[in-house]
Design a protein around this ligand. Structure first.
Ligand code: ATP
Ligand code: MG
Length: 393
């Protein structure tokens, strides 16, 4: 079967009232961006409340579908045969030709659903259903019509052209990215944070990311792993500017000054502070982390509260109530899992105490942090000033 176009269906953005065109335009831009990377010379356009991707040269259907499955806002993708408007008898034949090619020697149940936007067309939709159904039955005697629970539905749309399609492949859902709203993702090399970024981006929020790097305790390979993860998330979320913050001196200062059972929590608090400053400097309105209640010592409820205390900006934790296995499943689905499990140390594993506090006392933590002053502020400023930005796309 040779398809020339794909019909792109969207669900949620359809209900956005006056802003609908904005969401549609974002979806069109993202779809065009992902399709530009594959053969087909696609043109993506809106027409009568629909979005089409039309190829002007040969393309691989699976590859095109896979590309569109990275575009948030798409609920379904239907490979489409589009023909110029033609007289009814010809259309009856063309619809059956399509059906036979798309489903060779079909022997199951089917139903024809015609719609007629073009009211001047000689046959109304019932007539089209009947005529096309008959033609298919005469060509494929093993098949049968079932109007209630058909295994296949052939759609025939009479518009300014005639559309035939009979398959809808699920898209990722969500809402298209590409507006002005942006959040800052704390991206480590682990399993969780890429998934957290994916989830917020899926609601149409653009991402910027920050990674705290601690050379020589963390290697170049560990940093490259984070760049790779950011690139994988960017395949869905659009281009991500990744800030690499050199955290070594800050980490050493904490290590030298604070009780070792408090290291993790204090390091996490400084990460949040720096991420918030970066977010403010770069127009991001919220932070995102991969935290999940109870997963590790630094994520008990008390620890989460302690980490949260240093932020005035909202912190989104989309995985907060997820089981680890569910997070793993999602990371496999979006394709970050294999990278996440590469065995390169992340900056916390070097400085982890054997018995970290799980119930940090707010007063005690604050007092430990006071001992870091004022030197720590200079280190933070220096780290921010030496911020390395990598564009991941
Ligand atoms: P992940 O799988 O995302 O690494 P985790 O289970 O290892 O999470 P922690 O190490 O406690 O959990 O980190 C909690 C969150 O803090 C991470 O999900 C991430 O958002 C952020 N984070 C931790 N380490 C770093 C880092 N080196 N750079 C940036 N963000 C980090
Ligand atoms: Mg981690």
């Amino acid at each position: 079967m040779e398809y020339q176009s794909l019909l792109i269906k969207y669900a949620e953005i359809g209900v956005k009232g006056k802003n609908r065109y904005m969401f549609e335009d974002r979806l069109v831009r993202r779809a065009a961006a992902v399709l530009r990377k594959i053969p087909g010379r696609f043109q993506v356009y809106k027409s009568n409340g629909r979005i089409y991707a039309e190829a002007s040269e040969a393309f691989d259907l699976d590859q095109a579908v896979e590309a569109l499955q990275h575009v948030f806002g798409i609920s379904g993708i239907s490979p489409l045969v589009q023909l110029p408007l033609m007289p009814p008898e010809e259309m009856r034949q063309a619809a059956a030709d399509y059906f036979e090619k798309a489903h060779p020697a079909y022997g199951g149940s089917f139903k024809v659903v015609a719609t007629r936007a073009n009211k001047a067309y000689p046959w109304d939709s019932n007539e089209i259903n009947r005529q096309v159904g008959e033609e298919i039955l005469s060509r494929l005697p093993e098949s049968r019509v079932d109007v209630h629970r058909p295994e296949l539905t052939l759609r025939v749309e009479v518009r300014e052209k005639v559309n035939f399609y009979s398959e809808t492949i699920p898209g990722p859902g969500g809402m298209p990215v590409g507006g002005t709203d942006k959040a800052m993702l704390l991206l480590s090399g682990g399993i969780d944070s890429p998934v957290a970024g994916y989830m917020v981006a899926k609601r149409g929020v653009n991402l910027e990311a920050v990674y705290f790097h601690a050379p020589p305790y963390t290697s170049e390979r560990a940093k490259q792993k984070v760049v790779d993860l950011a690139t994988q998330v960017a395949a869905y979320a659009g281009p991500i500017r990744l800030h690499v913050i050199n955290y070594t001196e800050i980490q050493l200062a904490i290590y030298e000054t604070c009780p070792h059972d408090e290291l993790t929590i204090i390091m996490r608090r400084y990460m949040m502070r720096i991420a918030q400053t970066l977010a403010e400097q770069n127009g991001a309105l919220a932070l995102i982390t991969g935290e999940s209640i109870g997963q590790v010592a630094s994520q008990t409820l008390k620890s989460l509260v302690s980490t949260n205390e240093v932020c005035t900006m909202p912190v989104f934790r989309p995985l907060i109530a997820f089981d680890k296995q569910d997070i793993i499943d999602l990371s496999q689905k979006i394709g970050t899992f294999e990278t996440s499990i590469l065995p390169y140390e992340d900056c916390c594993t070097i400085f982890v105490a054997k018995h970290p506090v799980t119930r940090p006392n707010p007063g005690i933590i604050r007092r430990s942090e006071e001992k870091l002053l004022p030197g720590i502020n200079e280190l933070v400023e220096k780290a921010l000033a030496e911020d390395e930005i990598i564009l991941c796309e």
